[in-house]
Structure formats: C-alpha cells, structure tokens
Write a protein that binds this ligand. Structure first.
Ligand code: PMP
Length: 407
C-alpha cells in the first residue's frame, strides 16, 4: 500500500487550519464526529447551487438529476459494504435511527412474549434503549453480554445467554469508549448457530476497517455518515433483502407507498418502504462523495496510517505518570480512553481545550461501562488518518501540563 501524503490530506480539510484561543486546533474528537474534506463540502454546495430539487417525483430535469445523484450514492454505499443489492441499503438519519427502525420493525414481525434480545455491556445508549423499548412493547427480555477488566466481551458468557428464545443480538463492532474491536464474525456465527439474527453497530468500525456484510453474513449493519467524513443527519441501515421484505414499515408517509386508499394502503418495494418522506438529498450526495474520497486515497493506506498513529499514541501516553487506560483490549481501533490519578476527566478536558486540543470527556453515552469500571467518566482521544504524530505529542504535553496544574 502507498503511504499517506499527510500534507495533501490535511489541505483537504479546511477546518484543520483553524486556531482555538490563538492555538492551532488539535482535533482528537473524531469518535464524536469527523471533519469534512472540501470535496464533500463542495459536493453538498454544488447540489444546492446547481440542482437542488426533490427526488423520485418530478419529471423535470433537476429532479431527475437529483434522483440520479441519490441513487448513485446508494450504489456507492452498496459497494463500500459489499451488499448484494443496492435496495438493501436504506438511508436513515444515522445509526440511532437505523437501530430504532430495526428494533421497531424487526421486533414487531419476529419477537413474541417470552423471547429474548441480547446486547452487550459496552453498547452506546443508542444500541440499548431502543431494545429496552422493544422488549417492553413485545413482552421480551433483554440479556446483556458482560465485559471483562480489559474491556473485551466475555464470549463464554455470551454462549450461555444464547438459546432458542434469542431472536436478535445487537452488538457493536468497535467500542466508541474503549476502542475494543470485537470478534464480530465469531459473534455472528455463534448467534446464527442458535438461529438468532445479528445487528452490527458499525458506527465506529466503518471508518477504520474493511466492512463486507456478505463475508460477515451480517443480518443488519448500521452506521452514521458524520463519523465517516460525510454530513450529519444521514446514516445507513443495511439489511438482508428477505428480512427487510418481511418487516413492516417504520414510518408512514409519502414515497413509502405503492397505493393509498382509505380502505387499504400497500407498501412500496425496497428500499423505499423504509424511506418515508423527502430524504436528506444533500446528505446522501455528501455521503457518496465521502466514500469516493476514501476510496481515492485507498482504504488500506488510511487504515495503516491510523493503526500506526494509534500505536504511537498508546506508547506515548503510556509514558505519562499516573495515566491508566480504561480498557486494554488486544485489538483496538480509533480510540483511547484514560484517566490520570484521581483527576476528574472534565477538569483535564477543560485544560486541554484551552490549549486548542479537542478531546471528549464524560461517559460517552455508555453509562453501563462507567458503572462496570466504577468511574465517573474518561478522557477520550479518538483519531483519524488526518491526525499527526505532532498532534499526539501536543496531547501528551497538554496532559502533562494539566496534570501538573491539577495534581
Ligand atoms: N453507536 C456507536 C458505537 C457510536 O459511537 C455512536 C455515536 N457516538 C452511535 C451509536 C450513535 O450514532 P449517532 O448519534 O450518529 O446516531
């Protein structure tokens, strides 16, 4: 693989030139959202400047052009995740909406009283709460795969939880808090062996690793555009055709119908059955462009650079006295969470902010992880391929300075 041309890459992201309190921005909050390259920003503004129009309805030129752009983006997503059919790619508002859609529509079709749904102890709240709501609605029970001290899933416990009442397992591929990369293929195999379906939360995987839904045999896989260099408000639900066809719609409205009468309404075919209302056309176009952008650089080039940077950061941060990582998984992607002595993460985060260093502090929408480790929160540095070793060094210096001030 070719080596990343970091100067050229950074020039693509206008925001990286900003200064914060007079200091150069060091943006290490990529797990929350990634910055956007000008190619994506330009594609979005080109849509509004040149062919803004509603899709799938007008016969006129602009509507056709917008529709073509939207459907081209759907095929880009299809190829990016290696889905069999483009209509297995449903556009949503993001990971959260994708999970809510499956929790509602899958459970309405397939989950009966007494059935069970499995999530893990490292899930983002968005992969917990929709299943709690669905369980309450369907009279089902939620089971939780525990994690160990290293922040890895306990697969022997998972095996014990699986049984013939398990309908679906919803689990994250990469933890947004610990950075743990879960053995997702093995998890899917174990679930399938017991007849359960699997939803993969790929919100923190899609930007850091090759995703092949067919190789994984994932039943559902979800992610957000904004974490992969695309705009906010656009996300993806991949689902196997047969399952999506059996599931009832999530929302009713325009575009999702075949025919409406007051006696009976019939549903549109996939993907439109699950896309009620006017879609986020500019977001979809932006997402397609973001995937093009990554493909042009080369996914291996990107992932290798990220891996190298993460290893560098881990080694450098380890030298800080009093620093302990929260979670020490064998395989990690994107993220490092840590605490320094008994300094409160918010206090350290504030001092870093004053130096222009953006990290996230708190529970990262994973309160059960904080309970597991009996901590109030963590400081989280999350990396993208546009970050540099110099930025890691700035982080280390910033932490040392903060620790001295707060110590
Ligand atoms: N799951 C994981 C693992 C995440 O990291 C996030 C975002 N922090 C979400 C789900 C929710 O994504 P969104 O807010 O974009 O819907």
């Amino acid at each position: 693989t070719t080596k990343l041309n970091i100067e050229k890459i950074r020039a693509d992201f206008p925001i990286l030139n900003e200064t914060i309190y007079g200091k150069p921005l060091v943006y290490l909050d990529n797990g929350a959202t990634t910055q956007k390259p000008k190619q994506v920003i330009d594609a979005v503004s080109q849509y509004y400047n040149e062919y803004n129009s509603n899709v799938h309805r007008g016969v006129h030129f602009l509507s056709q052009k917008a529709t073509d752009a939207e459907e081209a983006a759907r095929r880009k997503v299809q190829h990016f995740i290696n889905a069999k059919h483009e209509y297995e790619v449903i556009f949503t508002r993001g990971t959260t909406e994708s999970i809510n859609l499956v929790a509602y529509s899958f459970c309405k079709q397939y989950v009966k009283p007494g059935d069970e749904i499995i999530v893990s102890a490292m899930e983002h709240h968005s992969n917990i709460v929709p299943w709690q709501i669905a369980c309450e609605d369907r009279g089902a029970t939620l089971r939780v795969i525990p994690i160990d001290e290293n922040g890895e899933l306990m697969l022997d416990e998972f095996d014990k939880l699986l049984n013939d009442k398990t309908r679906i397992v919803a689990v994250t591929w990469v933890s947004n808090t610990l950075g743990t990369v879960n053995p997702i293929r093995q998890i899917i195999e174990m679930a399938h062996a017991k007849g359960a379906k699997v939803l993969v939360d790929a919100a923190q995987a899609i930007q850091h690793t090759h995703v092949d839904v067919r190789a994984l045999d994932a039943d559902f896989l979800v992610f957000s555009g904004h974490k992969i260099y695309a705009p906010t408000g656009i996300g993806v639900l991949y689902g196997k055709e047969a399952l999506l066809n059996e599931m009832p719609p999530y929302q009713g409205g325009g575009s999702m119908i075949k025919q409406v009468t007051f006696a009976k309404t019939t549903w549109a075919d996939l993907p439109f059955k699950f896309e009620a209302g006017t879609p986020h056309v500019s977001g979809i176009i932006g997402l397609g462009k973001a995937l093009d952008y990554m493909n042009e650089i080369g996914l291996d080039t990107i992932f290798d650079a990220e891996h190298e940077l993460l290893e560098y950061a881990e080694a450098k941060l380890s030298t800080i006295s009093g620093l302990r990582f929260i979670g020490n998984p064998k395989e990690r992607a994107g993220t490092l969470s840590f605490l320094i002595n008994d300094i409160h993460p918010f206090d350290l985060g504030e001092i870093l902010d004053k130096q222009g260093i953006a990290v996230r502090t708190g529970h990262h929408c994973c309160q059960p992880i904080m309970e597991h480790y009996q901590i109030p929160g963590t400081v989280r540095a999350s990396f993208s391929f546009y970050n540099t070793k110099e930025e890691v060094d700035a982080l280390v210096k910033g932490i040392e300075r903060g620790a001295a001030m707060l110590g």
